[in-house]
Design a protein around this ligand. Sequence first.
Ligand SMILES: Cc1cc2nc3c(=O)[nH]c(=O)nc-3n(C[C@H](O)[C@H](O)[C@H](O)COP(=O)(O)O)c2cc1C
Length: 175
Amino acid sequence: MEFKELMMARRSVRGYSAGIDHETLVEILKQAQQAPSWKNQQTSRCYAVETPEILEDLRASALPSFNQNSSAHAALIVTTYVKNVVGFNGETPVNEIGNGWGAYDLGLHDAYLTLAAANAGYDTLIMGIRDADVIREKLRIPENEEIMSVIAVGKRSAEPSVRPRKELDEVVRFF
Ligand SMILES: Cc1cc2nc3c(=O)[nH]c(=O)nc-3n(C[C@H](O)[C@H](O)[C@H](O)COP(=O)(O)O)c2cc1C
């Protein structure tokens, strides 16, 4: 698929028949690493959950029921970033954004990840509504990492709805 077509075709999918094989998942995670990051500091981290028992436990305990239903049968990738590194000079924030830069880098990483998955024939759902404390405990995620999203990855069972985008002139100003 052409890159433009891929970008236009990617959708958030809320119904899966299966997850993803390990080798393809590794390939997608490697492609996501090609995302740009502040000073190439690469503070984005992934916790890829494939083991059925761990998956079901995490889904049931860390996701609200609507996200549990949407992600059933899919693998889950928890994404985090290491805090107080990107956008910092030692302990001092470089500017007013502070750790927002770590979140920015992780967003870029996750965008690459969703497009790499789409290119490999898999769908994704980024979920920001999740219980970070439960995830931290279950996956033993260190306190210096900010837990952001849980991303479902798998084969779609339901056709996604196409969410409209705003008119360009609502969101872009040319000078
Ligand atoms: C940071 C972030 C958090 C999101 N959290 C959720 C979520 O918890 N549950 C859900 O069903 N969709 C979630 N979404 C998906 C958005 O609703 C979706 O991207 C948006 O409606 C546009 O649809 P599309 O991705 O199909 O183009 C999230 C998306 C992003 C980027």
